[in-house]
Design a protein. Structure first.
Length: 70
C-alpha cells in the first residue's frame, strides 16, 4: 500500500443509492420493467415512413393562418 493512496471516498448520493438498493432488493428489476414499458418499443417502419411522407412543411410565421396577408 502506497503512502500517497487516499482513503476510499463515496459521495452522499452514492451512499444513499447503495442503502436504497440494499433495502429494496427488487428495485433494479422494477426499474428495468418500467423502462421497457415506456421506452423500449418496437418501431413500425412502414407507419413511420408514411407519417414522414404525409408531413406538411411549417410556415415561416406559425401564427399566420393564410398567405393572403402578404
Amino acid at each position: 500500500m502506497s503512502i500517497f493512496r487516499r482513503p476510499d471516498y463515496t459521495s452522499d448520493a452514492t451512499q444513499f443509492i447503495e442503502q436504497l438498493k440494499a433495502g429494496k432488493p427488487g428495485l433494479e428489476q422494477s426499474q428495468r420493467l418500467g423502462r421497457s414499458l415506456l421506452w423500449d418499443k418496437q418501431i413500425d417502419r412502414e407507419f413511420q415512413a408514411k407519417a414522414e411522407a404525409a408531413r406538411v412543411p411549417q410556415q415561416p410565421y406559425v401564427y399566420q393562418t393564410g398567405s393572403d396577408f402578404a
